[in-house]
Design a protein around this ligand. Structure first.
Ligand SMILES: NC(=O)C1=CN([C@@H]2O[C@H](COP(=O)(O)OP(=O)(O)OC[C@H]3O[C@@H](n4cnc5c(N)ncnc54)[C@H](OP(=O)(O)O)[C@@H]3O)[C@@H](O)[C@H]2O)C=CC1
Ligand SMILES: CC(=O)N[C@@H](CCC(=O)OP(=O)(O)O)C(=O)O
Length: 343
């Protein structure tokens, strides 16, 4: 659902290539009634479906698995019925990412009383951290681009208790497709080209509480982070630079490399780079990969971890397909791209 959007079309592209998936329903609102290929003509030779209005009975009668790639606040109106009718649901919005729904209500300005029991069954769809729970889930709330890049960079440090609590600073940059396909003034070429701008500064971006929720879970106590997103003059990609004060000033880069490699040894989509190598955002573009580069500044006793993903793949559609693979007991890499489309 949401096939016309940037996340939706990326899902269509991935699922069309997935050897064990058949797409049988594309849902939308303003695009309903149009052939999918009238919106994306270059995919017309592959996808002949029409976009249909979202009719939950029809969807459940045709689909075993439903991907909801819709604006925040819609999945919570649809998921309970879809689950009741026997579907598996993967949600790409924020509706099923929060363990405390008061936090969701505060940041997303939507009351949640009708689906509390359903929300309690939702699993956080970041496979590198919650793989076992995803394997037995029927409802998965997949984290988005900034949060995925930030958490994959920070998790090993937090899980091992290596950093001073609350010292983490996340400086993250995104391509404009992160803002979706709807027209927005700040995304106009004339506004965004040749310019970099920060926003949501001072803990005012809605991803701050989501990052803190997972960091707190990993650390076993409440964690606060400083997160500042930036809009970059590029279409795809996220690059997050994370700084955190090390508890043990004796730790060096090689120690952290060993720790990160061990932490991600069973995670085929995370590539920890050799010492002295740091990722560029275009390396991950077109792939489901997260590249991580690590440094320790021994003058300041800070760890500096740089992660990059494609916001529309590992940060959106690819994450959901990776979760689907785990839910179905398939290989985690099935149907997902590994090679960047850049040289
Ligand atoms: N873009 C990104 O990089 C990322 C996005 N996300 C999340 O994924 C979700 C989708 O994002 P994105 O694809 O960028 O958004 P877009 O704005 O590009 O697409 C939104 C989609 O939702 C559909 N839609 C809007 N309102 C309704 C409605 N009332 N009923 C049914 N369908 C509706 C639209 O359909 P139509 O055109 O037919 O009206 C469109 O297909 C969001 O929750 C977003 O936060 C998560 C991670 C990264
Ligand atoms: C560049 C840009 O505007 N990015 C979006 C991130 C969208 C996204 O990733 O949303 P979720 O992870 O919450 O689904 C933003 O900052 O709001």
């Amino acid at each position: 659902m949401g096939a016309s959007g940037y996340g939706g079309v990326q899902l269509v592209r991935l699922l069309q290539d997935h050897p064990l998936v058949e797409i049988v329903y594309l849902g939308g609102e303003s695009s309903a009634g149009k052939p999918f290929c009238s919106l994306y003509p270059h995919l017309g030779h592959q996808v002949e479906l029409m976009i249909e209005p979202i009719d939950l009975d029809k969807i459940a009668s045709r689909c075993e698995v439903v991907f909801l790639s819709l604006p925040n606040g819609l999945a919570c109106e649809m998921a309970p019925q879809l689950l009741e009718k026997g579907c598996y649901v993967l949600d790409l919005s924020a509706d099923y990412r929060f363990t405390n729904l008061n936090t969701y209500t505060k940041w997303y300005n939507k009351e949640r009383s009708a689906d509390l029991d359903v929300a309690r069954t939702a699993v956080y769809g970041l496979p590198e951290l919650y793989r076992d729970a995803i394997a037995s889930a029927r409802l998965v709330g997949c984290p988005g681009c900034y949060v995925t890049a930030s958490l994959l960079a920070l998790s090993p440090l937090l899980k091992q208790g290596l950093i001073v609590p609350d010292s983490a600073i996340i400086d993250a940059k995104s391509g404009a497709s992160g803002g979706g396909r709807q027209a927005k003034t700040n995304m106009l070429l004339a506004e965004a080209d040749a310019s970099v701008s920060a926003y949501g500064i001072g803990g005012h971006h809605r991803h701050t509480p989501e990052i803190e929720q997972v960091c707190s879970d990993l650390a076993g106590h409440n964690v606060k982070v400083q997160f500042t997103p930036h809009l970059m003059p590029m279409v795809r990609g996220i690059l997050a630079t994370v700084y955190a004060n090390l508890r043990d000033p004796g730790l060096v880069r090689e120690d952290l490399l060993t720790i990160y490699k061990a932490f991600y040894r069973n995670s085929p989509w995370v590539k920890v780079l050799p010492g002295g190598t740091f990722p560029q955002s275009k390396w991950a573009c077109g792939t489901n990969l997260c590249y991580i580069g690590i440094e320790v500044d021994q003058r300041t006793d800070r760890a500096i971890v740089i992660s990059t993903i494609d916001n529309l793949i590992k940060g959106q559609a690819g994450q959901a397909v990776q979760c689907l693979n785990i839910m179905k007991g398939w290989s985690e890499t099935l149907g997902l791209p590994q090679l960047s489309f850049y040289p």
